[in-house]
Design a protein around this ligand. Sequence first.
Ligand SMILES: CC(C)(COP(=O)(O)OP(=O)(O)OC[C@H]1O[C@@H](n2cnc3c(N)ncnc32)[C@H](O)[C@@H]1OP(=O)(O)O)[C@@H](O)C(=O)NCCC(=O)NCCS
Length: 177
Amino acid sequence: MTEIRTPRLILRRWHDDDLLPLAEITADPEVMRWMDDGSVLDLEQTAEAVERWEEEWDEEGFGLFAIELLASGELAGFAGLSVPDFLPAVLPAVEIRWLLGRQFWGQGYASEAAHATLEFALQDRGLDRVVSINRMANDASENVVRKLGMTSEYETTHPVHGFALSVHSIDLTEYHG
Ligand SMILES: CC(C)(COP(=O)(O)OP(=O)(O)OC[C@H]1O[C@@H](n2cnc3c(N)ncnc32)[C@H](O)[C@@H]1OP(=O)(O)O)[C@@H](O)C(=O)NCCC(=O)NCCS
């Protein structure tokens, strides 16, 4: 059972009772604006997403962690690793991703979870490189990318949806938390 504790968070695999709080987050257009094609997800679509994430954990040995707040036990969102199949040009690669419910923004939780994810990528999975793929103008996400010390690689367009994407990467052999 993969579980990471940071000063304020538990990063862990998904539980059945995460589904309702996650579905509240994925139903929020402000949160989902920069994800995939920008659509919100209903309960069934959210359940399908969690199922895919858990499959990725089983197949790859990494995936998206549920982020639980240590103090309250609330589900705040996700952070973790995923293979970015939607962007063949960047493959082979492992992408770091993050998403928080709106009430959890602006408290440093995404950065805390992202640092723990990079340590997991390096120490537990032996990965030497991780990328981040963001829609252009997603300033909050680019802010996390910058704080992690990721380097800008190139800009491209989403093969299906056509919007502009920026690709960053980090050499984990030079990552010092
Ligand atoms: C991207 C996203 C996760 C960023 O969340 P966030 O809360 O802004 O990110 P952080 O955890 O870095 O916190 C940001 C701010 O919290 C503040 N903060 C408050 N308390 C803090 C603490 N104890 N430690 C650190 N920062 C703290 C800081 O001011 C920080 O901003 P700064 O770095 O400019 O100083 C969030 O906007 C989101 O969920 N967006 C929708 C999903 C998305 O776009 N995902 C990316 C595509 S995969």
